[in-house]
Design a protein around this ligand. Structure first.
Ligand code: ADP
Ligand code: MG
Length: 337
């Protein structure tokens, strides 16, 4: 007998979970992304005790067919891509088929789902299937994750203060709301509503909901285009700044990404208009051929590889510079909020 053996699938899922499910906010991100991929128009995120006690996400999306529910919890099982070519043309937020099995391997998960006809409810705990029964639900999915990291004590210990974990959740949901103004998203923590967007497709309204109406009034719409890229969004007037870069959101094809060069390009667009150590609030939505962006770099897909990053950075900074040059002529509030 050799010494090398394949790991049991629950163990393999837990290892994958180490990357995908770092903290409660990662669970929220994966579940809301799944709801968006399922064409939900209304998504409710209900969180107890910063997500450590429970995270529930209810959507009115496509639902999962009865005979697909078990498969959805298998590793690398996805409905979103099938071929290698698809991998280079990802249009959905998910495609790796890792979230559900990962979450189910380190928590207690009850998922109830319906495609509009029949429905199923399924219960996993620590990667073990405990129960699967028919269930009645209007079309959509209702998933509750409790006891997160109950079987991975090191992960549980590594969590930060409840305030920090909640701040991470709020940040993730805000970014998703900014990415999808057409989806009505609600975030409730311990029965306190922290965010509610109307889902009317109005980005400025979402910005007002997140950063406040007064601040939204101090932001101007921007638009730019090259042969490869289209840019739209809102940027703050130089008078509205923050002490951190965290308020700069860059979206590529509906996905909030982390990219230093593009964040720097936003700041560069302000030239000398910003004081040292101050940063703008900005939402930059970029669309491009999926072939120009590789999202398969990291399990959480927040880092991406861009084929023509300098061109894109230039588009961002010049669009902002040009736009801010025009507002000097017409001071403040160009908005109709
Ligand atoms: P991925 O999103 O990468 O495909 P997941 O593990 O997150 O992988 O989900 C597995 C599959 O389960 C998805 O491909 C999708 O078909 C289905 N699914 C998960 N969540 C939902 C949901 N809220 N609504 C409809 N289908 C869902
Ligand atoms: Mg997913």
């Amino acid at each position: 007998m050799g010494k090398i053996h394949e790991l049991a699938s629950v163990l393999a899922d837990q290892i994958a979970a180490g990357e995908v499910v770092e903290r409660p906010a990662s669970v929220v991100k994966e579940l809301v992304e799944n709801a968006i991929d399922a064409h939900a128009t209304q998504i409710d995120v209900l969180v107890l005790e910063s997500g450590v006690q429970s995270i529930r996400v209810i959507d009115d999306g496509d639902g999962i067919a009865d005979d697909d529910v078990l498969t959805a919890f298998k590793r690398h099982a996805t409905s979103k891509i099938t071929s290698r070519a698809d991998l280079f043309r990802v249009h959905s937020l998910g495609f790796r088929g890792e979230a559900l099995p990962s979450i189910a391997s380190v928590a207690d998960v009850v998922l109830t789902t319906s495609t509009g006809t029949t429905g199923t409810s399924i219960h996993y705990r620590g990667g073990k299937l405990l129960k699967q029964v028919p269930a009645a639900l209007r079309q959509g999915t209702d998933i509750t994750v409790t006891d997160l990291f109950f079987n991975t004590p090191a992960r549980l210990k590594y969590l930060k203060s409840p305030q920090t974990e909640l701040a991470n959740i709020v940040d993730i949901v805000n970014r998703l709301a900014l990415s999808y103004p057409g989806v009505a998203i609600r975030l409730v923590h311990n029965s306190k509503e922290l965010l509610r967007t109307a889902g009317r497709g109005d980005l400025q309204q979402v910005i007002a909901g997140i950063y406040g109406v007064q601040n939204a009034r101090k932001m101007v719409a921007i638009e730019g285009k090259t042969a490869d890229y289209a840019l739209s969004g809102y940027v703050a007037l130089p008078e509205l700044t923050r002490a951190s870069r965290q308020y700069i959101t860059v979206l590529i094809n509906g996905r909030a990404i982390k990219n230093q060069q593009l964040t720097k390009a936003v700041i560069k667009g302000y030239g000398s208009k910003l004081m040292v150590g101050r940063y703008p609030i900005a939402v930059i939505a970029l669309t491009m051929d999926p072939l120009l962006v590789d999202v398969n770099v990291h399990p959480t897909k927040q880092e991406v590889r861009l084929s023509k990053e300098p061109d894109l950075a230039k588009l961002i900074s010049t669009t902002i510079t040009d736009r801010l040059a025009t507002v000097n002529l017409i001071p403040s509030a160009l908005t109709n909020l």
